[in-house]
Design a protein around this ligand. Structure first.
Ligand code: 5GP
Length: 315
């Protein structure tokens, strides 16, 4: 399939690259790296995302060139969609009638595009982008290496999630040899939080609930406003809950402006949270998944906790 993706790229000249809304490190890093790789192949390429680049990823090379838009208008010959299981997850309009190439590593990946390269064995979509560069004979520049390393670093939970293996470290080694600076990449991501995020964390942890191997927290729109926090400040808060001893599965609920709830699920490996998210129309990986549910909060919590094997909390 990699060869077929490359063949379709070679046949065309103008590319759009995109990923899912509320992009994470793999979405941003893979899109930025893939864009540079295409340019080194002599192609025209632009990254267009529905949501802007989160603050912690803004120092990445060429992040300032990302176009934020609700609709795709350009005369692109193909769109490469990274890390998405559907057009809908990009939340971009104007992709439907285009030639689409999907590159994704999700277990829940679906063949929605004209060409679908889905490899759940890859620890991050960035690993597939790296293989694409190698297959195309493109040398990995320090800028590409920095984007790919940051993507692998974040998508493996700093090389801690299940699925991290000797191949992950071999890939990291290649990227460091190509010019990625591990300390610099880590500093931008893990030591650059906003004060608002830390205030929101305090507020979220004050709502910590624990039941057996489950733990969950939430934040409401009021709490976010009080902390002065933005949507992106919620990323990673769920991991603090998972860090508790004997907690196997953690959930984070975030109230949306329309009263619905975004749920982030994390597992230490015993329970597959992708199947739980799937039951609510979401998806993801065995150890990290997400979905959205109607409110009110007590109902959303009760439904998710019940699916995770807990007894619904008393309302
Ligand atoms: P997060 O909790 O960080 O939003 O998402 C964790 C993982 O689940 C990510 O890999 C993300 O791509 C996936 N994910 C989150 N929400 C959804 C969703 O609504 N649908 C699908 N298919 N995957 C999701």
């Amino acid at each position: 399939m990699l060869k077929e993706v490359l063949r379709h790229i070679e046949q065309r000249n103008r590319f759009l690259l995109t990923s899912h809304a509320r992009p994470d490190g793999d979405a941003i890093g893979s899109a930025l790296a893939c864009c540079q790789i295409l340019r080194l192949m002599g192609k025209e390429a632009e990254v267009v995302l529905r949501d802007g680049v989160p603050r912690i990823y803004q120092p990445l090379p060429f992040a300032d060139k990302v176009i934020t838009a609700e609709r795709v208008n350009g005369r692109y010959e193909a769109a490469i969609i990274l890390e998405c299981d559907s057009i809908q997850r990009t939340r971009l309009e104007g992709l439907e009638d285009r030639f689409l190439i999907s590159i994704d590593h999700h277990l829940s990946g679906r063949p929605f595009a004209n060409v679908n390269w889905i490899d759940p064995k890859a620890v991050a979509t960035a690993e597939m982008v790296y293989r694409l560069a190698r297959e195309a004979g493109v040398a990995i520049s320090p800028e590409i290496a920095t984007c790919l390393y940051t993507a692998v670093l974040t998508d493996t939970g700093s090389f801690m999630f299940e699925g991290t293996n000797e191949h992950t470290f071999a890939l990291a080694r290649e990227l460091v040899l190509a010019g990625a600076d591990p300390a610099h990449c880590a500093r931008n991501v893990y030591f650059a939080h906003s004060t608002a995020k830390m205030r929101l964390l305090g507020s979220a942890l004050s709502n910590l609930h624990r039941e057996g191997h489950l733990a969950w927290i939430w934040v409401t729109q009021d709490q976010m406003e009080q902390a002065g926090a933005k949507e992106e400040d919620c990323e990673g808060l769920v991991n603090y809950t998972l860090s508790i001893q004997d907690v196997e599965v953690a959930a984070f609920f975030r109230e949306l402006p329309d009263g619905r709830f975004r749920v982030s699920l994390r597992s230490k490996g015993q329970l597959n949270v992708a199947t739980v998210a799937d039951r609510f129309g979401g998806g993801g990986h065995k150890c990290a998944s997400g979905c959205s549910l109607d409110g009110p909060l007590s109902v959303a919590v009760a439904r998710v906790i019940a699916q995770l094997g807990g007894s619904p909390p008393v309302q």
